[in-house]
Ligand binder design. Structure first.
Ligand code: SF4
Ligand code: SF4
Length: 203
């Protein structure tokens, strides 16, 4: 579960409508209304990226009166659907997929089962991406893709439908870089060949 203690705020009048804050917002909390930025408070996960990005320096963070909790509880979604999705992605239910909030794979899968179809929606429901925004993205994208989500990011946003894992690297790459011990690492991490790329299993 993520505890969100901060909230973005801004001085509206000098806003130029450049959209930089909207583009970097990981939870879709900012929209442009009449060429001015508007923050939806319940969607803000307090990451501070908009403050860093605003070229007019008219944004800041405030402390929430009460920390906001972001999670999808197991009793909110059918457990068998969550388990199926986790299995499809090779994720363990209790493992933390976000090192900043310690959000579990089960929570992210729950958000997808509950209807999230973009990374921004997952972030808004679970609070992932509120810290570094690095390690949580790959498992969240895997879960979204496994659920059949359209992997096109919202207009102006950037994330990629490629979350390469060690075992996705083709044999020729492993052979080209023997000093990287890729084959040895795969053997150690995936001894049963559970995540062996499909094309290899058909050879
Ligand atoms: S989630 Fe981050 S980028 Fe979005 S409004 Fe809140 S502080 Fe700004
Ligand atoms: S980055 Fe600053 S100036 Fe640009 S739209 Fe957002 S609040 Fe307005």
């Amino acid at each position: 579960m993520a505890k969100i203690s901060f909230l973005a705020d801004l001085e509206v009048e000098p806003c130029t409508g450049c959209k930089q804050c909207d583009i970097v917002c990981p939870s879709g909390a900012i929209t442009m209304v009449a060429r001015k930025a508007v923050i939806e408070d319940p969607k803000c996960i307090g990451c501070g990226r908009c403050v860093d990005r605003c070229p007019e320096d008219i944004m800041w963070m405030v402390e929430r009166a009460e920390p906001m909790e972001k999670t999808v509880r197991p009793d909110e979604v059918p457990v068998d659907e969550v388990t199926r999705l986790l299995d499809a992605c090779g994720l363990e239910a209790k493992m933390s997929v976000c090192v900043c909030t310690l959000t579990s794979a089960q929570e992210v899968a729950g958000a997808v089962v509950k209807g999230a179809r973009t990374l921004e929606e997952v972030a808004e429901m679970t609070g992932i991406r509120s810290g570094c925004g690095i390690y949580c993205v790959a498992p969240a994208l895997r879960l979204l893709k496994a659920a059949g989500a359209d992997m096109t990011p919202p207009l102006g946003h950037r994330w990629y439908d490629v979350t390469v894992a060690l075992w996705d690297l083709p044999p020729e790459v492993r052979e080209r870089y023997p000093d990287a011990f890729l084959a040895e690492d795969i053997a150690a991490f995936d001894p049963d060949g559970r995540f062996t790329p499909l094309e290899e299993t058909h050879q």
